[in-house]
Ligand binder design. Structure first.
Ligand code: 4NP
Length: 157
């Protein structure tokens, strides 16, 4: 079993969108018994809330299910529980790395590290930009490459 956790700031815009999209592609490839997907935020403002309306709208229009996704805050034990901690931007990544000394083997990366041609490795925050389409397009590329990487590096067939 490979466990993937997407992390952003509020866990209502980017990381739940990534969770739903990654779940969707994992399901389409018949790998749902092999890969666990979750998301969390470094902030606590939205705990228990469903994804932001902009995220819900773009997921609905692409027929991607987001049933059951509710915001939660990332915690140190996530570094032990998840094989891949995938942050949306370098601030989120830095925030989680504060626990790295307790869990030195944790893999903490940026999603766009998996997209080599992408110069800016940060997924912009649509809570501020309002551009959910831009985020959707970036996450689509990132999720595709991340799944390719997992399939090449783990026995998930
Ligand atoms: P997210 O966007 O990190 O992509 O979920 C945000 C959502 C809420 C806030 C900031 C960013 N906020 O400050 O409440």
């Amino acid at each position: 079993m490979v466990k993937v956790l997407f992390v952003c700031l509020g866990n209502i815009c980017r990381s739940p969108m990534a969770e739903a999209m990654f779940r969707d592609v994992v399901k389409r490839e018949g790998l749902e018994g092999n890969i666990v997907v979750d998301s969390a935020g470094t902030g606590d403002w939205h705990i228990g809330q469903p994804p932001h309306e902009g995220t819900r709208t773009i997921l609905k229009s692409n027929r991607i299910d987001f049933e059951g996704i509710k915001a939660r805050q990332v915690e140190s034990k996530d570094l032990e529980d998840f094989d891949y901690i995938i942050a949306m931007d370098s601030d989120n990544k830095r925030n989680i790395e504060k626990w790295k000394s307790a869990f030195p083997t944790a893999k903490i990366e940026l999603l766009l590290d998996y997209v080599p041609h992408m110069k800016d490795k940060n997924v912009p925050d649509p809570y501020y930009t309002g551009n959910f389409q831009e985020v959707f397009d970036l996450l689509q590329q990132g999720c595709e490459k991340l799944l390719q990487h997992i399939k090449q590096n783990h026995d998930v067939k």
